[in-house]
Write a protein that binds this ligand. Structure first.
Ligand code: GLA
Length: 683
């Protein structure tokens, strides 16, 4: 028994041992199964097609920074991730297949510029799920982990947080999805919107468009082309024209000069085989010009440093041929690079800066400046030039430093109607770095007590010289909004002033600039306008032409917003390549009338949420222009009459479609597409 007991006793530990081994092996197997299940349930962002990213500079990189180095943020290195450049958008079709998303984000260590400022956003089905806050070079990575259950489309955005996109190298390090049961997810192209044309075709019958009020100084040369749509041939008339003016009935051009100050009420007429039209027009002879925001074209956003006389003449011809002149578009402005360059190797930019008497010399691409400007005038249009108060322009061409009086006189002799005057190298003078600038106020002297006077000084000088000329030259201050230029721009004879740094072609840039103008609104009015920079519709590209990256709805938002803001409208695209959609944006007379309204009020935000914004302004006829903007995915936007200071049953007209919606009590709401707008008139 003992033996058998012993046997039994001897057999039990073996059984236990084998059971333990069995349980151990089972655990190992289950663990292995689980590990492989976990691995299969992770999808790394760098495994997906990153080429579907849209970004404002360079190419997206897998496991590398945008410049092709290993990923590093704030001294920490990462093996995996996605290196991109602001403004960057990547759509991921997660299709409810992901439990969570996680990453560590920041500015890549290859950048150590103080200019770098990036904000990361994660959006799910149109809602903001997370934002990083502004991140700068050298800062440690910020971790993010987000629940994604039920989310279908995830958007990863890295946006320039302030100023431009310069140095904004953005990393999504260790970016990964925890997916449901090994499900697959994929990146997707940004959804393409159809470019729907909303502006109805102009009637073949005559219709007079354009500003209803026009300012001119006593005895200045007068040029106004009656803007009228309708079949040609068309003949024009004007009753009660003041003495000194003549109208060419074939071209509709009014020229001459008026010596006596005063207000003159004129009636303009246009007639063709199908009918006739008339319109009241007020000429105000006095101190003020630019009584409505200037409308025209500028060479910078399309040609940048590659501008030439042929391109400018072609733009002017296209302004007429496209019919834009019939909607009030007038100025044809040459930006930087009409002068000779400091040190360019391009032979067309080399040559003496000034003649022996100090007169500025155009470069070889502009062999006959006077001839070119005369030609622009002969088309019924006006001409503009660009300079800097410093020795050099932003592009390194000759500026007006110490030649201000001479340059103003030269512009007048050439027949210039508009000057954009760009701070650029004047910064060295304001910084006290130029030994020839002894009597000129500097930041150091001001010690922060009178900075506006330092900022205003160079514009005061040129403004004074422009006023001494015998022609009206619209004066645009370009200094990117420094020292609240809107507060003092008018006092230095400015007719408009840039309120922001340069616009670039992305929704973020448009949104940041366009919806941040309230601060300057009280300072806009007839003769003095806030300028949120030039238009980025059509074929643009700063020398590398391509269709704008803005979606069609973003372009409707752009034009609607600029018109609500009473902003100068300067087309930035290649005028010889205007497509039907771009023309539809630029020739809607009811929309343009919001910009050109004689009251000259700048719209202000009347209500806003994180994804919608409503702007409104009063119009001269007592009605209001209202824009319902959608900053996110398609949604309903509602405006309450009470928020407009109105009540009762009001008429609502859709300005893009030029259609009445009817009358609405207390409020109106519309479905507004992603980044789109409903622009309307309410009365
Ligand atoms: C600055 C201005 C631009 C353009 C360029 C020309 O950047 O803001 O609008 O005029 O200079 O060099």
């Amino acid at each position: 028994m003992t033996n058998s007991n012993l046997k039994i006793n001897a057999g039990r530990p073996a059984l236990i041992r084998s059971r333990i081994i069995f349980v151990f092996l089972l655990c190992c197997w289950l663990l292995a199964l689980n590990v492989s299940r976990v691995e299969a349930d992770i999808v790394w962002l760098d495994e997906l097609d990153l080429s579907l990213t849209t970004q404002s500079w360079a190419e997206p990189h897998k496991n590398q920074s945008v410049d092709g180095h290993g990923l590093s943020i704030g001294g920490q290195t990462f093996k995996r991730g996605f290196g991109t450049h602001c403004d960057s958008v990547l759509y991921v079709n997660v299709n409810s297949n992901a439990r969570s998303f996680s990453a560590s984000v920041g500015v890549d260590g290859e950048v150590n510029s103080p200019r770098a400022s990036v904000e990361f956003f994660v959006r799910g089905d149109g809602k903001e799920l997370w934002r990083s806050g502004v991140m700068r070079a050298g800062e440690p990575a910020k971790p993010v982990t987000l629940e994604l259950t039920g989310v279908k489309t995830l958007i990863l955005e890295a946006n320039a947080a302030s100023g431009g996109i310069g140095a904004d190298h953005a990393d999504w390090a260790d970016a990964r999805f925890d997916v449901v049961d090994g499900a697959r997810i994929a990146t997707m192209a940004v959804p393409v919107e159809p470019a729907v044309i909303l502006t109805p075709a102009a009637s073949p019958k005559p219709r007079i468009n354009g500003a209803k009020v026009f300012g001119v100084r006593p005895s200045s040369p007068f040029l106004y082309t009656i803007a009228a749509t309708g079949d040609r041939p068309m003949t024009f008339g004007a009753s009660d024209l003041p003495a000194g003016l003549q109208l060419d009935p074939q071209t509709g051009r009014i020229t001459g000069s008026i010596s006596r100050a005063g207000e003159y009420s004129v009636t303009l007429h246009a007639k063709n085989a199908l009918g006739s039209a008339k319109s009241k027009f007020k000429i105000v002879v006095g101190d003020k010009i630019a009584l409505t925001p200037p409308m025209g074209w500028n060479s910078w956003n399309c040609f940048a440093s590659a501008v030439s006389e042929e391109k400018v003449k072609a733009a002017a011809e296209a302004m007429v041929r496209s019919g834009l002149i019939n909607h009030g578009w007038t100025y044809v402005n040459v930006d930087d690079y009409w002068q000779n360059h400091r040190d360019s190797t391009d032979a067309t930019l080399r040559g003496p800066i000034r003649d022996p008497r100090g007169n500025i010399l155009p470069n070889a691409r502009f062999p006959d400046m006077k001839g070119m400007i005369d030609y622009i005038h002969s088309l019924g249009l006006k001409a503009g030039l660009y300079s800097s108060p410093g020795p050099w322009t932003c592009g390194g061409c000759a500026g007006s430093w110490q030649h201000e009086a001479q340059d103003a006189a030269q512009y007048a002799a050439w027949g210039v109607d508009y000057l954009k005057y760009d701070w650029c190298s004047y910064k060295d003078i304001a910084n006290g770095k130029n030994p020839d600038a002894r009597d000129i106020p500097t930041w150091a002297e001001s010690k922060g007590t009178n900075d506006q006077a330092v900022a205003a000084y160079p514009f005061l000088v040129m403004g004074k010289h422009l006023r001494q000329q015998n022609r009206d030259i619209v004066f645009n201050l370009c200094q990117y909004g420094m020292k609240d230029v809107w507060e003092w721009g008018a006092s230095v004879n400015g007719n408009s002033w840039r309120t922001t740094s340069d616009i670039y072609e992305s929704w973020i840039s448009l949104y940041r600039i366009g919806f941040d103008q309230d601060k300057a609104a009280p300072f806009a009015g007839p003769g003095h306008w806030n300028d949120p920079d030039m238009l980025i519709v059509g074929k643009i590209g700063w020398g590398n032409l391509h269709p704008t990256h803005l979606t069609p709805n973003e372009q409707y938002t752009h034009i609607s917003l600029w018109c609500l803001l009473s902003a100068p409208l300067l087309i930035g695209c290649d005028m010889t390549q205007l497509d039907a959609f771009t023309l539809n944006l630029l020739e809607n007379d009811e929309v343009l009338a919001v910009d050109q309204d004689p009251l000259g009020q700048q719209a202000k935000t009347i209500s806003a949420t994180q994804s919608t914004c409503i702007l409104a302004k009063d119009l001269a006829d007592g009605s209001k222009a209202v824009g319902l903007f959608n900053l996110g995915e398609e949604t309903q936007v509602q405006v309450k009459w009470a928020d407009l200071g109105l009540k009762g049953k009001l008429h609502v007209r859709d300005l893009w479609r030029q259609k009445d919606f009817g009358r609405f009590k207390d409020s109106f709401s519309a479905t507004v597409p992603r980044h789109g707008v409903m622009l309307m008139r309410v009365w």
